[in-house]
Design a protein around this ligand. Structure first.
Ligand SMILES: *Cc1c(COP(=O)(O)O)cnc(C)c1O
Length: 358
């Protein structure tokens, strides 16, 4: 793929590297590629970051035909920039697209677009500890037609945002509200997809929890409100009696997180038993009552590892790990971020060095 490049003549001022927050800044350039039915993907280009021109009838604006991804580029010192498992994000955006009747992208286009865009905006990769460049690829249906059907046209876009910690709490434990009214996904739905509609539908629960002083909700399954699915936009893991339990993916209601998969593989390499299976809220409550719930944490690219310090179950507040970060949670965080920032040996072959890109 030959990417046309138009560089900005009006670079943005540098952000305050000490106060990046999450998602507030975008870089100087973006990647765009078009798709037309019968023709396939064409015209890959890197252009100055700017608003899109969309037909107000564009399908994405009415019927939500949108899928996205989230990954990061990490500064590893010495002008080295690392990506973490980008092919896994490429495969996942395609799984999301198939479910929404949208066209798939060749995995190598996805990875090349990111490598070249990050290469052009490499001075935007933050260098301070715990900061990174968040990469947001998305595909939208752009055909201007008021019909609930496949679009003849799509755009694949990549934008970049230098970020600090996702939660203002950083690695400090978050409080989670177990949501029993609203649900995030159901069997046969789109829970396993990173598609915009899932997140629009989740806001009501998120604000409800915020008003009560919680960072996020814990989602239960949509049919019976009995099984644990996820926490907010993270997968969830529990350490019970020395074993790590996490909800299984087979229900199709859970986003198959790349952080989740990486954490499971790291744990397995340490010979810590892991179980991917259905977990009922009742089982969790029993583990709390008998004192066998040792640690709990969320996993996701944005927050990496987020310890859970308090759960609100049926209106009752329970502390986990005395509201502190558990030792295994800390060790997983140190190991995973050590690999991502190139400080620890990557025995899994997960990191991709893009420093040789122009
Ligand atoms: C993105 C996301 C995750 C985490 O996936 P990662 O690949 O680890 O970043 C988990 N749950 C939801 C709902 C998500 O959108």
């Amino acid at each position: 793929m030959q990417i046309t490049k138009t560089l900005t003549t009006n670079p943005k001022p540098a952000p305050d590297w000490n106060n990046l927050g999450f998602g507030a800044f975008t870089t100087d350039h973006m990647f765009i590629m078009d798709y037309h039915e019968g023709r396939g993907w064409y015209d890959p280009r890197i252009v100055p970051y700017a608003p899109l021109a969309l037909d107000p009838a564009a399908i994405v604006l009415h019927y939500g035909a949108e899928v996205f991804e989230g990954l990061k580029a990490y500064y590893a010192g010495d002008d080295q920039i690392l990506l973490f498992r980008p092919e896994a994000n490429a495969q996942r955006i395609n799984n999301s697209s198939v479910r929404l009747c949208m066209p798939e992208l060749p995995v190598e286009y996805f990875v090349q677009a990111i490598k070249e865009l990050v290469g052009i905006d490499k001075h935007w990769v933050p260098k301070l500890p715990d900061t990174s460049l968040y990469i947001r690829p998305l595909v939208i249906a752009t055909e201007g037609v008021l019909g609930v059907r496949r679009s003849a046209d799509y755009q694949f876009i990549v934008i970049l945002s230098p970020v600090g910690a996702y939660y203002p709490e950083g690695l400090n434990p978050v409080k989670i509200y177990v949501e029993e009214e609203y649900v995030r996904s159901v069997r046969g739905g789109t829970g396993f997809c990173k598609c915009g509609g899932n997140y629009a539908a989740s806001l009501a629960a998120q604000y409800k929890a915020k008003e009560m002083g919680y960072s996020q909700v814990m989602w239960l399954d949509g049919a019976e409100r009995k099984y644990i699915d996820e926490v907010g936009t993270m997968n969830v893991m529990f350490k019970v009696n020395g074993r790590i339990l996490t909800p299984e993916l087979s229900s199709g209601t859970i986003l198959p997180g790349i952080t989740r998969d990486s954490v499971l593989k790291i744990l397995q390499s340490w010979n810590i038993p892991t179980e991917e299976r259905k977990i009922t809220l009742t089982e969790l409550q029993q583990a709390i009552q008998t004192g066998t719930l040792e640690e709990a944490f969320g996993t996701g690219t944005a927050a990496v590892i987020s310890p859970i310090g308090e759960l609100n179950i049926h209106g009752e507040k329970v502390a986990i790990s005395n509201g502190q970060i558990g030792p295994l949670t800390q060790k997983i965080y140190d190991t995973l971020t050590g690999i991502q920032w190139g400080k620890l040996k990557d025995e899994f072959g997960w990191t991709v060095n893009i420093s040789s890109q122009k």
